[in-house]
Design a binder for this molecule. Structure first.
Ligand code: MIC
Ligand code: SF4
Length: 643
């Protein structure tokens, strides 16, 4: 039987397990990336493991998230990461060099290699034919140390692209259409591969927009073939030697297939507050807009910026709109500066931001109260923009730029002729902002610098036989890590200080959650489907751990969050009968009897609702490795036991 693209890469990197969907597989990881919001924790964990130097082919530490320095905390974290990177053999992409995924695609992505990153949008690398997966910081730390990376073997989905995008319709509209069809739960446990004639018509950055936002499907990753277009992109980046062809076998078998006709696709928009609430721009056009933000790892490539520059050229941003633009990398910013597109943006009244995540993670540019913000980003979860009652709509750069001029949501096709922009034959390459690590000898002479905001990583404790505690919180379906552990300019500075960041845990849903947990000494959380979707941030597990949460009982989990819970020693338990969810109330007392025995060797555990006098069966169907980690009270304890 033939293999899909992803199966070929998995096969070439398989260290443990077989490729049966759902079973745990262990992969050899070639490359890792971190960013600063998750990186401090990842490197603290790497330090805690006591390994001198990374063992991967390439590891890069990016600074792109916590770039507002309104106190000493972010700058101290950056210094910690820089000194750690130099000493441990990691390349350091300095602040100002750009967003991790954009820079990695430009400078480091290699078709056929495996990449894990402590950021959920690591699958951006799938645009260049990498098997690129988002993971918690601890998993990245383990991979940096040469350890195996474990995931459930995904099912395979093929999306056939037929035809060719029409003028003003963008790659963003393709992925929004995929989200409309598959929803934010549709990709869980799956890898999405793109195929068909339409693939050839898409440049690597366009492909990367699509694989980037595959994260919002809940997919393990997404991937495009590596073809002549990939080769041309690598050549233009001065890296043609990194190219290898990669395609699925003609008889490869997929578990699901969809077809999207690019000829008839229209500009699309995701409405508040989920990336899958997608309709055609035309259906809601005319809505008054207060803000437009262009950038983020989804849409900040050179081509995106050149298109925006051309749309804004000679015009003025509508007086009621604030337009913010963050080019994705130093390379992009430099090239639009010399090409004149930057001048067009500035002239039109755009507010140019540094090449970083910026408003995407609530680092500034929060909209006004109840404001409507059109963003070319990938997430529009409630409150993520920093304004609780703002309505964030996700659109293409073309739609955002057109609407910034008119002041209302505008189908860009109404602007007339589309600008014609061609991919350059060569990009301006200057890696002077990527610092190389010290040699092993030199590294010995230097110490890692820890600022006062950096606190120890919390550790779980070995699992008891019985746990009896209260349900301190009950939440519904599709709870995101932005609900569990919100980000934004005020909270992100505490990413290396778990005790402090815990004060914000779940406050989007329930202001009193942290205090309540502290009062009663923690307890259990009950949730619905797809619990923990969204980001890779392990703070969504570490903060609950710090607050004394021992188990999370839900209908289903997202992959990354489940892995993060296991790594931190919190029991992720799924109801065997999802209807049991309805019978539990916040405040109920639950007893997990003989839980250690169940975790160590059984597929089911019994949970007694002491308050209601009923029992539930929950799944404890874990891999042997996961069982050992949970029994030890988390991955760091488990690693210590192995030594
Ligand atoms: C995000 O987009 O939510 C982030 C910020 O990039 C996160 C990582 C983080 O929380 O630091 C992600 O997507 O993994
Ligand atoms: Fe940064 Fe936003 Fe991309 Fe996350 S989604 S990496 S915050 S640009």
């Amino acid at each position: 039987m033939g293999l899909t693209i992803a199966q070929k890469i998995i096969k070439a990197h398989l260290l443990e397990g077989d490729m049966t969907p759902g079973g745990e597989i262990g992969l050899r990881i070639d490359q890792t990336l971190t960013q600063d919001a998750t990186g401090t924790m990842a490197y603290l964990q790497f330090e805690a493991m006591g390994i001198e130097r990374v063992k991967t082919e390439l590891s890069v530490a990016y600074i792109d998230h916590n770039t507002l320095q309104s106190g000493f905390e972010n700058a101290d974290d950056h210094r910690f990461i820089q000194t750690c990177a130099r000493k441990r053999g990691v390349r350091f992409s300095r602040p100002g060099n750009g967003i991790c995924h954009q820079v990695h695609l430009e400078r480091f992505g290699v078709p056929g290699k495996t990449l894990i990153g402590s950021d959920s949008h690591t699958p951006t690398g799938g645009g260049i034919g990498m098997l690129a997966i988002g993971a918690g910081g601890l998993d990245v730390a383990v991979a940096m140390g040469g350890g195996t990376y474990y995931i459930p073997m995904p099912k395979m989905v093929r999306i056939n692209l037929t035809g060719k995008l029409q003028p003003w319709v963008a790659a963003k509209d393709i992925i929004l259409e995929v989200l409309r069809i598959m929803t934010v739960k549709g990709g869980v446990g799956k890898i999405v591969e793109y195929a068909g004639e339409g693939v050839k018509t898409l440049s690597v950055p366009e492909r990367a927009t699509i694989t980037n936002m595959g994260a919002e499907l809940g997919a393990t990753t997404s991937i495009f073939p590596s073809d002549e277009t990939t080769r041309a992109f690598l050549k233009a980046q001065g890296r043609e030697k990194d190219w290898t062809p990669l395609a699925s076998d003609p008889d490869a078998v997929y578990d699901e297939e969809y077809t999207i006709d690019l000829d008839t696709l229209e500009p699309m928009v995701a409405q508040p507050h989920m990336p899958d609430l997608v309709v055609k721009v035309r259906d809601i056009a005319g809505m008054k807009v207060d803000q437009c933000c262009i950038g983020s790892c989804t849409n900040s490539s050179l081509m995106d910026m050149l298109k925006v520059g051309a749309i804004l050229n000679g015009k003025t941003v509508h007086p009621d709109v604030s337009l913010a633009i963050a080019p994705g990398s130093k390379q992009v910013l430099n090239m639009i500066a010399s090409d004149g597109a930057l001048a067009s943006m500035i002239d039109a009244g755009a507010r140019i931001l540094e090449s970083a995540c910026g408003p995407c993670i609530g680092m500034g540019q929060s909209p006004k109260s109840a404001g409507i913000s059109l963003r070319t980003f990938n997430r529009n979860f409630k409150g993520r923009s920093g304004t609780a009652d703002a309505g964030v709509y996700l659109v293409s750069p073309e739609t955002a730029a057109a609407s910034a001029l008119t002041g209302v949501l505008t189908d860009p096709r109404d602007l007339g002729e589309a600008p014609q922009i061609a991919m350059p034959d060569s990009f301006t390459v200057n890696d002077n902002m990527i610092e190389l690590p010290y040699s092993p000898e030199e590294a010995k002479k230097h110490e890692v610098e820890y600022g006062p905001n950096i606190k120890e990583v919390p550790k779980g404790h070995a699992l008891e036989d019985t746990i009896e505690k209260t349900v301190v919180l009950k939440v519904g379906d599709n709870i995101t890590t932005d609900h569990i552990m919100p980000a934004g300019a005020k909270i992100l500075p505490f990413r290396s200080n778990v005790p402090r960041i815990s004060d914000f845990c779940f406050t989007v849903c329930d202001e009193s959650f942290p205090t309540r947990c502290k009062e009663v000494g923690g307890g259990f959380i009950v949730g619905g489907q797809n619990y923990g979707q969204g980001s890779s941030r392990e703070h969504a597990a570490l903060a609950p751990l710090y607050l004394g949460i021992r188990a999370v009982l839900v209908k289903s989990f997202s992959r990354m969050h489940k892995a993060n819970l296991i790594n931190s020693g919190i029991l992720p338990l799924e109801f065997k009968n999802p209807a049991d969810y309805d019978t539990i109330e916040q405040g109920d007392e639950l007893r997990l009897t003989d839980i250690r025995e169940a975790i160590e060797g059984k597929d089911t555990a019994v949970v007694r609702n002491v308050t209601k006098g009923i029992e539930y069966a929950v799944s404890t169907d874990f891999s042997a490795r996961q069982r050992a980690i949970l029994a030890a009270g988390g991955c760091l304890n488990y690693i210590a036991q192995q030594k």
